[in-house]
Ligand binder design. Structure first.
Ligand code: 2BA
Length: 109
């Protein structure tokens, strides 16, 4: 068994969860915050059989859309001020950021 941990944008989360559950996958949504933009995003936990990983990843890839964002990042606490650039930068936010982990043990009571 594998655990897919997927960070998606809030705007795509409902569609991704719907896409996964409609294909029989179970998903858990956790509210999360990106370290760079400091904005809300969503982290999905999706437990799947090994042979379902590619299909589940394809569902997420189809429904999570990359968007360009112009942002002014906040300075990190403790970071040297000379390393902080207080002007807007354009970033492309996923899509999705996925981690696929081996599951040592799975129980559901
Ligand atoms: P954030 O950390 O808020 O990052 C949002 C977007 O800002 C990133 O999109 C990337 O385009 C840009 N970005 C992040 N760090 C940057 C930096 N140091 N310099 C310049 N641009 C930077 P994505 O790469 O699509 O990431 C979307 C979200 O996925 C991230 O939100 C974070 O919550 C998560 N994520 C991405 N990579 C991760 C990792 N290696 N570990 C844990 N979470 C990750």
């Amino acid at each position: 068994m594998k655990l897919i941990i997927g960070v998606v944008q809030d705007a795509d989360c409902a569609a991704v969860v719907e896409g996964l559950t409609s294909r029989g996958y179970r998903a858990t949504k956790l509210a999360s915050t990106g370290g760079f933009l400091r904005e809300g995003n969503a982290t999905l936990l999706v437990g799947v059989e090994d042979d379902q990983v590619e299909d589940a990843v394809a569902v997420i890839a189809r429904l999570a859309r990359a968007r360009e964002r112009l942002v002014t990042p906040l300075a990190s606490a403790g970071a040297p001020m000379e390393a902080y650039a207080p002007y807007p930068v354009e970033v492309v936010v996923g899509g999705a950021t996925l981690f696929v982990l081996d599951v040592e043990r799975f129980e559901r009571f």
